[in-house]
Design a protein around this ligand. Structure first.
Ligand code: N01
Length: 864
């Protein structure tokens, strides 16, 4: 009520909401750094999720040695966990111990909630109002509200009519609940249900479990922490913690490098059995494609089904407990103690809500519909129905940012954040483990500590440099959201009806909420942003404004991961070894890539080159009945590497998609055959193919050219030479990342010739092998230098944002167009010189090949 609102305004540097592990550590750090800080907490003590979730069986599902603070070395020594997975009371005692030890409670205001938060642009402060009517003005407002703290409103009709006792796992009575002799219903079989059901079954006279979706659950094998694990940890605690920080999910674990489909069924079964026995979620993923490939995923899913069928005696119940509507690991898997065994007990019943849906909760119990309607009576109903995850607690506060923009509105289509830490339009508002950060896909302790340290260092930086506000730029934020979505879309994760996707809350926008790139990579990104002078942030203060707009990690995630793998492999650069060795290396690498799609037929043959020598070719024929148009294709490899078969996957894909024959030519290579051998072979091959179209299965007169990189150079030169020579007739040219100018003096070379495989030394090596400096301005080497481009065949030119050759390709597309040549120019965002050629590896570039195929079809059957 208005009259209860205080007139006075308390001034603080920072207000933190929430006294869980995030808020406690944030308070410790900010206080230590000299910021006047207060934590506002709704509960009457610390602990956050561990304060509220007191249901029977509540434990962590990450080993507690991992799920503990690493920032206090004394604490590491003085606290010993009694079990691998500590119970909720023990974890709460740990939180209380930390609060005592560091005297945190003196700066925590309990039993208080923030009701409203409004940004004051003039004062550069947040004006906060608590539910106690208290006004606080704080420069920084930090939401440490947890990812799973806002219980989902039960969307079961009649929930408020029930006259028996109702309990929520997310807000369990502190005094506990005695279920002995009671008829108990549990709705929900997520982690909370799966942990509590076995213990409730021990007490209750009857237990009925209402299951909408079965979950995957591994046995926790709880007990004392394994000696080996403890020894690994104690040997060098700091190294262990560092390994966790650099890992994928915040727990030290080997990175899987083998596909589940690469090993035999027996080997796979042995691996799954072994990880099942570990009882650790963090060790379950041992193959690199489990979260990417449905077929690979199916192997572990089947293993899990078999386990359930071995444990559960009634085959019908076992079937119901086997998840079939989502892939394993696309929902948070559970850890249990005797969950499946519980269904062998005679007083425990499983109701499948798909065949017997809940019609209503009634005064006496639950009415079921479907084929077998029933009216069931209960003394107690337990709702284990989950949370409005990741965004619920943040948008539940009335937050108004710059120009009164409501956070709720800004996020109406899903959370808009930069790094899951801040949101544009809401200066100085931080979220710890917010949506867009690894958060719930990681060991929360590791992610919490990283965010707390990032925020603390940022606040210190602002103070030290005279800034009083910080906010992400719209561009940086949009591209971060895009990056997160693209990363998630590479995996199977968005396919499930999970709370990760917001699908458990009716009406919630469906976007993948956490960042799937992993904690190690994410940490590197955050560090790089700071190193690059707060890239993507605007810092403002009385002494000036710094807006370092830009995009972090703009390369598409699949390309980014592939580049990282290449770097880790540490192969020597091609130009550092003799040519023969470089060719062997290139061939070996090619063999590691997926083969590309099936085509109708592949035929190897020879044709005469410009000097009369025999050139090998490989012909790719579509599966459809012929004859087909023909594309003469020139492979990449800088005129030095590669052969008629080295772009096999690309040729197969283009052949299949364009329904044209592709003839890939092994033109003569440098340094054995220097300029203009390859260029001359291009024309010779085109002529021969035109003359022999019929016997190749082609349609006479239907010939186009295509090439990639140096091969696109040959294709472009061949088109020019054919024009000058008056034939053969070329109907079109597809130039993928063409090398068209030996001057090597463009911005894209300066920007992209490091870190994206095609480097300046390598390009120089190629050019030097291919031709003398004096020849480089010859249009037969640098087709961009041709004086007259008019009358050339229609072209499709593809250039990629992170290709050093981008600018020369763009220039060639523009020059062709200016000369009146019909040009389709595709400028591909977020990709590199290699992206389009790596078929079935860089899936985000697959659309480019489809466009290339469409253009090819158009050459042969113009639509206009
Ligand atoms: O919630 P959930 P949770 N009618 O959303 C069902 C963490 N956690 O509290 O799957 C009928 O997973 C719902 O069905 P469906 C952990 O990250 C950790 O169990 O939507 N059923 C589902 O079965 C976890 O993932 C630990 O079809 C309804 C269940 O309720 C996260 O918290 C322990 C329904 C909800 O499962 C959330 O777990 C506990 C309806 N109207 C939790 N609405 C540790 O071990 C929902 N359901 C650390």
């Amino acid at each position: 009520m208005e009259e209860q609102i205080s007139d006075s305004v308390e001034e603080l540097d920072a207000v933190i909401v929430g006294a869980g592990f995030a808020g406690m550590y944030q308070l410790y750090r900010l206080r230590e750094a000299g910021f006047k800080t207060r934590v506002i907490e709704a509960a009457d003590d610390v602990g956050g999720t561990w304060y509220w979730n007191r249901y029977p069986g509540a434990r962590c599902d990450i080993l507690t040695v991992d799920y503990s603070y690493s920032w206090d070395p004394e604490l590491e020594k003085e606290w010993t966990w009694s079990e691998r997975y500590a119970t909720q009371p023990e974890i709460l005692r740990y939180a209380q111990h930390v609060a005592d030890k560091h005297d945190l409670r003196r700066d925590i205001q309990f039993q208080t909630r923030i009701k409203r938060a409004k940004w004051d642009e003039d004062a550069k402060r947040w004006n906060l109002l608590t539910d106690q009517g208290q006004k606080i003005a704080a420069r920084f407002y930090i939401m440490a509200t947890g990812c799973l703290s806002m219980p989902k409103v039960p969307d079961v009709p009649g929930a408020d009519q029930f006259e028996g006792a109702s309990y929520f796992t997310s807000g369990w009575p502190h005094e506990g609940v005695d279920f002995s002799g009671k008829r108990v219903a549990v709705i929900g079989t997520g982690s909370s249900g799966i942990q509590s059901i076995p213990l409730i079954a021990e007490d209750a006279a009857q237990l009925t479990v209402f299951q909408r979706t079965p979950n995957f659950s591994f046995p926790a094998h709880n007990g004392p922490v394994a000696e080996a694990r403890l020894a690994e940890y104690q040997r060098d605690v700091n190294a262990y913690r560092q390994a966790a920080r650099e890992s994928l999910i915040g727990v030290p674990a080997d990175k899987p490098s083998v596909s589940a489909l690469e090993v035999s069924e027996e080997e796979r079964a042995a691996v799954y059995e072994k990880v099942w026995e570990t009882g650790e979620l963090a060790q379950q993923i041992k193959f690199n494609d489990i979260q990417l490939n449905p077929e690979a995923n199916e192997t572990q899913r089947q293993f899990m089904h078999n386990k359930v069928r071995q444990i559960v005696e009634d085959p019908k119940i076992a079937d119901l407990l086997c998840p079939t509507n989502h892939y394993i690991f696309t929902k948070r898997p559970c850890l249990d103690t005797n969950y499946y065994q519980t269904f062998n007990k005679p007083h425990v019943r499983l109701v499948d809500l798909h065949t017997q849906p809940i019609v209503s909760i009634t005064r006496a119990g639950i009415d079921l519909g479907g084929d077998e309607p029933e009216e069931l009576e209960f003394d107690a109903i337990v709702f284990a129905t989950g949370f409005d995850a990741m965004t619920g607690a943040i948008v539940s506060v009335d937050i108004a940012g710059r120009d009164g923009l409501a956070l709720r509105d800004a996020w109406s289509d899903g959370p808009q954040t930069y790094l899951g830490l801040m949101s544009a339009g809401f200066p100085n508002l931080f979220m710890i483990t917010g949506p867009g950060s690894p958060s719930v896909l990681s060991n929360m302790m590791v992610s919490i500590e990283q965010h707390v340290e990032f925020i603390t260092d940022t606040l210190k930086h602002l103070r030290d440099h005279g800034y009083d506000s910080i906010e992400p730029t719209a561009l940086a934020q949009d591209r971060w959201v895009q990056h997160g979505n693209e990363f998630a879309d590479l995996t199977l994760l968005p396919t499930a009806n999970s709370w990760y996707m917001g699908r458990n809350v009716p009406g919630k926008p469906q976007v993948f909420l956490p960042y799937v790139g992993g904690v190690g990579r994410y940490r590197e990104i955050c560090d790089e942003i700071v190193d690059r002078d707060f890239l993507g942030f605007t810092l403002d203060g009385p002494e000036g404004r710094q807006s370092n707009d830009g995009v972090i990690r703009p390369v598409k995630p699949d390309m980014m991961v592939t580049l990282e793998l290449i770097e880790e492999a540490g192969a020597p650069p091609f130009e550092s070894v003799p040519v023969a060795e470089a060719r062997a290396m290139a061939e070996g690498m090619g063999e590691m890539f997926p083969p590309g799609p099936e085509v109708g037929e592949i035929v190897d043959g020879t044709l005469p080159g410009a000097d009369g020598s025999e050139l090998e070719y490989r012909l790719y024929r579509p599966a459809s009945p012929g004859p087909h148009p023909i594309v003469a294709y020139f492979h990449g490899g800088g005129w030095v590497l590669g052969s008629h078969s080295s772009d096999d996957p690309l040729c197969r894909d283009l052949c299949k998609q364009s329904n044209a024959i592709f003839v890939s030519i092994n033109y003569r290579h440098a340094p054995e055959h220097r300029f203009p051998a390859a260029a001359d072979d291009g024309l010779a091959a085109a002529r021969w193919i035109a003359a022999h179209a019929e016997e190749l299965g082609g349609i006479p007169g239907q010939l186009a050219l295509a090439g990639w990189s140096a091969g696109a150079n040959i294709a472009a030169v061949t088109a020019q030479q054919a024009k000058l020579a008056g034939g053969p007739d070329i109907l079109g040219q597809v130039l993928l990342n063409p090398s068209v100018d030996g001057a090597m003096d463009t911005r894209s070379i300066r920007d992209n010739a490091e870190g994206y495989t095609l480097t300046t030394p390598l390009m120089t090596w190629f050019w030097d092998h291919y031709c003398d400096p004096s020849d480089r301005s010859n249009p037969k080497a640098s087709p961009l230098r041709a004086e007259d481009l008019s009358g050339l065949p229609p072209a499709m030119v593809i250039t990629c944002e992170f290709d050093p050759l981008r600018d020369e390709g763009d220039a060639y597309a523009a020059a062709l167009s200016n000369a009146g040549v019909p040009v389709r120019h595709l400028q591909v965002e977020g990709h590199t010189h290699m992206s389009v050629s790596w078929v079935d590896v860089i899936v985000s570039a697959a659309f480019v090949r489809t466009e290339m195929a469409e253009a090819t079809k158009d050459f042969f059957a113009p639509r206009h």
